[in-house]
Ligand binder design. Structure first.
Ligand SMILES: *Cc1c(COP(=O)(O)O)cnc(C)c1O
Length: 452
């Protein structure tokens, strides 16, 4: 309810702070993949930068020339980092928006160049992020999914076989999210060149960590614009660039490739309306915060944060490999760790009971850890708790039949996926239902609403 009279600023802020107590506590490094935290000091800068531009709107870049210059700086910095001397692009509100824009642009590029394709298809590995499923669903594109090898990397031969006359592009990840493995980008790039189709590299999670790992001397497969055939790259600022939430990038090799991303409406009585991204009003706060992050961290800051994150990831990997019954998945390409093991979902329940927020995965059953600089101090504690959890489940195998383990185990099984989707949809609908609205107290107002 909007209060009849406005409350004081102090009162409003006090309640906002109080409500935060119901949110997951990510500061202590017990949560993975949702929040990327460099330091408390850095976080304060992000907030201050965001506040300075909180009312600015990049819907009109002519009116907000200052904000537009920040966006240009961010794109230029990323173009240099990803070795695309002529690369251009835009800041979006997140990885999903970058991916939606890329898929829409690939579809429109095909409409322009191959108008006979009525049922466009993108060839992707099955480990691709669900934002591509969403984009395909929204824009009438079919995802042709191919398998992966033992290391969870895209099967290039299967991709080659899946390319047909309806193919409007290829997609792969650097790295893919579930296991942190870089797909064979160079080989897929050759396929793209050979078949003359555009190729998108999803570096949402890797874009701002792989370049620093490479500079630290880790040997990594190439994945950026140095690879022949790569057309576009998505990279999230609000992940390993340690920006505030609501900032990502979609970059194109050249201005010519970027054109398909620009939307123009000419009939609107409100005037000519042009927009390069999904959003209309484009909030200035996240763009200013991302600019602040790049400039405050600097190369040295990113190298340091990456060193702390990769050291934590390496120590986690080494520790997990030594726990009997557990084994690592994928390869150590990035600062992501994934492991599998016996009665893993029961182990996950025991970890959760010890205060960890656990990312459960399926196909194959595994636990995921996106490791950031903020996780450096918790490695030993995590490993000790993991060892104890595995021991507990070993000593009491009945645990696998209680708690949430059977539910997750069932959800992972193939034939029930439709049922799972139905139940999840029901859960989300309940979360958003109006049933918890107060019926009394504000009764008069509710009643008058009903009468109209
Ligand atoms: C996080 C992520 C995305 C989606 O980004 P959002 O910012 O959550 O919308 C896409 N691809 C990969 C590989 C990711 O890790």
């Amino acid at each position: 309810m909007i209060p009849a009279r406005g409350r004081s600023a102090a009162d409003v802020l006090a309640e906002l702070r109080a409500r935060q107590r119901d949110d997951v506590d990510w500061r202590r490094g017990r949560v993975f993949s949702l929040v990327y935290h460099a330091s408390d000091e850095h976080e304060q800068l992000i907030k201050d930068a965001h506040a300075l531009y909180a009312s600015a709107n990049l819907l009109n870049p002519m009116a907000f020339k200052g904000l537009r210059s920040l966006e240009k700086d961010i794109v230029d910095a990323a173009a240099a980092l990803f070795n695309g001397p002529r690369a251009v692009g835009a800041v979006t509100s997140g990885g999903t928006e970058s991916i939606l824009c890329a898929v829409a642009a690939y579809r429109d590029r095909a409409r322009r160049k191959k108008p006979w394709i009525l049922w466009p298809e993108l060839v992707v590995p099955r480990t691709i992020h669900p934002a591509f499923d969403k984009a395909a669903h929204y824009f009438g594109v079919k995802l042709v999914k191919v398998g992966v090898d033992r290391d969870q990397r895209a099967d290039v031969r299967a991709m080659a076989k899946a390319i047909g006359w309806r193919t409007i592009g290829l997609v792969a990840s650097a790295p893919q999210y579930p296991h942190g493995v870089i797909d064979p980008i160079a080989e897929i790039g050759e396929l793209a060149v050979h078949h003359r189709v555009p190729f998108h590299v999803d570096a949402c999670v890797g874009g701002f960590v792989l370049p620093w790992l490479e500079r630290m001397g880790r040997s990594l497969p190439r994945w950026d614009f140095r690879v022949r055939g790569v057309t576009s790259i998505s990279a999230d600022l609000h992940k390993f660039a340690y920006a505030g939430k609501g900032a990502s990038l979609l970059l194109w090799r050249s201005l010519d490739d970027f054109r398909d991303q620009i939307f123009v409406a000419t009939d609107f009585p409100g005037g000519i309306y042009a927009s390069p991204t999904l959003l209309g009003t484009r909030p200035g706060g996240p763009i200013a915060a991302a600019w602040a992050a790049l400039h405050a961290m600097g190369e040295a800051g990113y190298l340091d944060a990456t060193a702390r994150a990769i050291d934590a990831a390496d120590r986690l990997r080494a520790g997990i490999a030594q726990i009997p019954g557990l084994s690592l998945l994928g390869r150590p390409d990035a600062t992501i760790v994934a492991y599998t093991g016996e009665h893993l979902f029961a182990v996950a329940d025991r970890l959760e009971a010890r205060g960890w927020s656990v990312d459960r995965q399926h196909r194959p059953t595994s636990v995921h850890l996106t490791v950031t600089a903020n996780h450096a101090p918790i490695v030993d504690e995590y490993l000790a708790d993991l060892r104890a959890s595995v021991g507990e489940v070993r000593a009491n195998p009945a645990l696998a039949k209680s708690g949430s383990a059977p539910m997750y185990g069932m959800a992972a099984k193939l034939p029930l996926r439709r049922l799972v989707a139905k139940n999840v949809r029901k859960m989300i609908a309940e979360l958003y239902s109006s049933s918890e609205r107060p019926a009394s107290g504000d009764g008069a107002r509710v009643a008058s609403e009903k009468n109209t």
